[in-house]
Design a protein around this ligand. Sequence first.
Ligand code: ATP
Length: 356
Amino acid sequence: MTALQLTGLTKTHPGGNLATIRGLDLTVASGTITALLGPSGAGKTTVMKLVAGLFAPDAGDIALGGRSILTLPPERRGVVMVFQNPLLFPHLTVAQNVGFGLRMRGLPAARIATQVDAMLGRVRLGGLGQRRPDELSGGQAQRAALARALVLEPDLLLLDEPLSSLDPALRDEMRSLILTLQRDMAVTTVVVTHDQTEAVVLADQIALLLDGQLAQHAPPDTIYRRPASLAVARFFGGVNFLPGTAAAGVLQSAIGPLTLPDSLPATLANGPGTLTIRPEAVVLGPGPTDANPRTARVEGCAFLGSQSRVDLMVGTTPLQALVAPEVARTLTPGQTTLIALPPEALWIIPLGTEAG
Ligand SMILES: Nc1ncnc2c1ncn2[C@@H]1O[C@H](COP(=O)(O)OP(=O)(O)OP(=O)(O)O)[C@@H](O)[C@H]1O
């Protein structure tokens, strides 16, 4: 078992007034990938450096496999970090770079050569071991950096923005390579990223860090459709928010009574809260009869590439829908249209969690 467990982790940087990381509790299950996601400055790199042993926390604990690693030096923690910039040694060959950590561990040369060869094959760099880093493409260099980390068979792999510097085609290739290797080696992994898409495509769980605190920790689909707060919903592109009061499966709101899903937890289905629905879940057209039909005025449409945004007004309440461009092309600003808000797509953010 090499689960990672952070407990009450707190860190104030020298000269900072407010703690950068405040009482962070986070568990990453053994063999899974968690994306530590958050906007620039949220404290993601600080958490990663605390775990790797490059910073010391003011308070809290870091345990790997059930044992505290807090007092261990970085090289004895069983943690390896792969940075966004591959940071290969320019004067060493690719094979020497990949074998560097094994040499530091004092392994015999023949065993290093065998392990390095096998790992280069796994990251599809077989045959390129004798090249220098400046003879590799950006994607190849990043695969070499991944090989250098994984050849050490770490208990915990920390990846810093592993896809963001790659072009879209390479991104897909790197993504599937990371997922394949991570599953094959069952290495507990934390991916640090500010990019929602990177988090969604790579991670089993997303830990969203806002202002040094854990805003929500859940599978990607849950965090998208069931945000714990307005700040979480906004971070994931949520724009439709309707305050109201819920009782008996119905929310009374500015656009009238809205039928809520049966699956809504009882704590959310009773009392005041803010209803949210993702823009891609708003249906243009009549929809099924029980799907909260409304008449809306089309305010405008914007072509976004694979989707179009439609700005709507129901009475005096603005709503946004994301639809296929061919649907948006049939709409004219000023016209009225039927829309539907399917109950299963509705979610309620309770009052008191609405900061941000
Ligand atoms: N060594 C340091 N000394 C002082 N302050 C620091 C240090 N490292 C980070 N900080 C501050 O801590 C805060 C969080 O920084 P951090 O790099 O952890 O955020 P981040 O979420 O990783 O951001 P980014 O995505 O931009 O890398 C920032 O305000 C930053 O200026």
